[in-house]
Each structure stands twice: as C-alpha cells, then as structure tokens.
Design a binder for this molecule. Sequence first.
Ligand code: ADP
Ligand code: MG
Length: 244
Amino acid sequence: MTDQNVMIEISDLTKIYGLLPVLKSLDLTIYQGEFVALLGPNGSGKSTLLRLMSGLSKPSQGTIRIGGWEIPSEAMAVRAQIGMVSHKPLLYENLTAYENLNFFAKLYNLSAEVRETRIAELLRQVGLHKRADSLVRTFSRGMQQRLSIARALIHEPDVLFFDEPYTGLDQDAGDMLYGLLKDAHNTQRTIIMTTHQLQRVPQLATRAIILSRGKIAYQDNVEQLSANELATIYTQATGVASTR
Ligand code: ADP
Ligand code: MG
C-alpha cells in the first residue's frame, strides 16, 4: 500500500439546513495515512462535515465514499472502519471505564479474548488502567475525553475523526492526546481533526483545509509552516482573526 491510496472521496457534497446552505458542493479527496486539520470559524461547517462523513447526518446532495463504501447506502460498512471523537463523550456515566469499552467492543462483534486484550491495552495507553473499575461519572472532563479516544480506537478503525479534541483539556491531557494522535498517525491511520488551536496543527497535520462560507477556502501541506504563518493564511482565507 502506498500513501496514494484514496481513503475518502467526496464529490459535490452539499448540506442545507432549512434554507441555510452550510456546505456548498464540496469536492475533496483524502489519501490513506493523511492527517488533515480541518479549520474554519465557528459555524463554517466543520462538525457538519465530520457528521456527514461518519454517517450521522445525510447529505442534501452529493456523495461520500470511505474505503470504497458509499454513505449513506453502505453506512454500516463505513461505520466499521471509522472512529469518532466528538464534543460529547458518548459514554455511559453509570458504567465503569472497563464496562464502557466492553460494551462498544461487543457492538463491533469482537470476541471475548480480543476484547480483554484490547481493552487492557487501550486503558494503559490512555492512562486509565488504574481507573478501569471506576464509574465514568466520577471522571474529570479530561479523563472522559481519554476514554472516548479509547472507545473510538476499540475496533482499530482505519479512519479517525476528532472534533475539537483539545477543547477542555488541561496541559497534561493535551500532551497525552498529542502522543495518541501521533501513534495513530504512525500506524497509517487516516485522521481528520477539527481544532481552533492553530499552534497544534503544523506539529501534527500533513494537510490543512480551511472552510469558509461553505467552501474550501484553502488547502495545502502544512508540515513546513510555522504556526504564525498558518495564522496569517487562516486570516486571509476566512477574513477572521484566528483565536490561536
Ligand atoms: P462548526 O463545527 O464549523 O462550528 P457546524 O458544522 O457545527 O459548524 O455548523 C455549521 C452551521 O450549520 C451553523 O450555522 C449551525 O448553526 C448549522 N447547523 C448545524 N447543525 C444543525 C442542525 N442540526 N440543524 C440546523 N442547523 C444546524
Ligand atoms: Mg463544530
């Protein structure tokens, strides 16, 4: 496999809420192993695009293919290969960390043996192995975020969507997230992450896509850019100062 395998193919994608066009005829190709930072002002459609790609919302027009499967007609097959971390932790507060992961692992039909191994491994990776048997409602926002990440990785998806994963995390949790994102990227996963923290982008992402007024206002490789250069590009593309 090469980096040039197409993982996500979006064509003429349009999303209209009522009379409000949020995404206007978007075309976009994302290759296997890319780490895409999806940027843009509040309301520019970043979360909408992630929700469309994860089959949680239906396009008004246009097509999305992930790993060769089409959304929404083959949404089940698509869901098996994606993991999503959104603003909402999507966890059961009255279950323990272990029970949460076990529940989702069962949804993906993982065998008992695989579940045990993978849950133990993931809890260690996100630094929650000592809290495996604590109820999620006793967890801080950072701990819940870490568990959400473990949940998103439980079925070893090829594609990961992160919607503002840094929001609400303290420095330590942010550093841990950085390590997890790097690991996921190093294992050839395709990652799309929205964020307002432009300083994180060149360290992590290979490509930045800036949405503005329902269209892609800018996209390019960002590995060689400084955070300041990216902030300037962002302001030019959106007409809005970046919040950094
Ligand atoms: P971002 O994540 O970039 O801040 P969103 O994708 O959340 O932007 O929202 C884009 C636009 O779509 C906003 O104007 C928002 O109010 C609108 N929107 C998002 N979800 C819905 C919905 N379920 N119903 C109606 N409007 C929505
Ligand atoms: Mg959003």
